[in-house]
Design a protein around this ligand. Structure first.
Ligand SMILES: [Zn+2]
Ligand SMILES: [Zn+2]
Length: 286
């Protein structure tokens, strides 16, 4: 546990107001255009699927469910990239994509003050290429229709991700949202809390979080980090938590037990209740 405490002391947190100022009018215009384009493309896809004879309830339901799992994974992957690599000083990418991730660790309530455009613009923008693909794919066989519906569903959930994430940080989300969080159909606050613990290196999935445990058990992100460091020499989280803390964390994780062994040990530790059994938020009188 001493390692963790030392790490906490060394964390060089970036200045929250400087990070927040990176939101320029040009980015806002780009986000509005992205949302409009995204909604247009998804509507076109629904219109095409509606008239197709291969479209049925089971095809749509499985596309929606698989799309949800895929979006959860994508949310984790993109979040991990934004948290772990690059810096806010990078041209274009730095301000539009890396800044929000870094700002979120320093000021996690900022997301609750973002309006609809700032919350959802980014994800609409990155989803546009996939939306175009889903719309132009041929719809001649059930397989093609499924692929198209799956891609459309996945980016729908990708789009919803920041909204679900935002709700998980709200002290008092709307009643229906609170219910969906408690039954873990969208990202529960207590589950997401695990990510917001320094040094912010696990539970990256923020759509619903169903993929977090499986990915942790196979050591997915630590393995990816070791591969990237081996190939490029880059140190993960250098810009987010500072070189010193990042180097120490890197040394600690590369000498740690294999993730499968750690996961097995965690499963054996039955004394601590899992995050899913704790209440999502303090019980409030209604
Ligand atoms: Zn993060
Ligand atoms: Zn968060």
């Amino acid at each position: 546990m001493t390692m963790k405490n030392e790490l906490k002391n060394q964390l060089r947190q970036q200045d929250a107001s400087a990070l927040a100022q990176g939101y320029s009018p040009a980015i806002r215009v780009m986000e509005i255009a992205s949302i409009v384009t995204f909604v247009g493309l998804e509507s076109a896809l629904v219109w095409r699927l509606w008239g197709n004879p291969h479209t049925g309830p089971w095809l749509l339901l499985s596309a929606l469910l698989l799309g949800y799992l895929a979006a959860d994974f994508v949310s984790g992957f993109v979040h991990w990239m934004g948290d772990t690599w690059g810096s806010t000083d990078m041209p274009v990418l730095g301000k539009a994509f890396i800044r929000p991730f870094r700002e979120h660790h320093v000021d996690e309530k900022a997301i609750t003050r973002h309006d609809f455009v700032e919350t959802n613009g980014n994800n609409c923008l990155v989803s546009i290429p996939v939306a175009i693909l889903a719309v132009v794919l041929p719809h001649a066989s059930p397989g093609q229709v499924f692929l198209s519906a799956f891609l459309g569903a996945m980016i729908f959930w990708v789009m919803a991700t920041n909204q679900f994430h935002k709700w998980s940080h709200m002290d008092e989300p709307p009643a229906l949202i609170g219910f969906l969080q408690r039954v873990h159909l969208i990202l529960p606050p207590a589950h997401h809390r695990i990510h917001h613990t320094a040094p912010y290196n696990k539970y990256y999935c923020i759509t619903v979080g169903w993929m977090n445990k499986p990915l942790m058990m196979i050591g997915f992100f630590p393995t990816m980090e070791r591969l990237i460091t081996w190939a490029t020499g880059a140190i993960p989280r250098k810009d987010d938590i500072g070189t010193e803390a990042a180097l120490e964390l890197f040394a600690a994780t590369s000498t740690a037990e294999p993730p499968v062994v750690q996961a097995a040990k965690e499963l054996l530790e039955v004394t601590a209740p899992s995050e899913d059994t704790k209440p999502a938020s303090p019980v409030r009188p209604s």
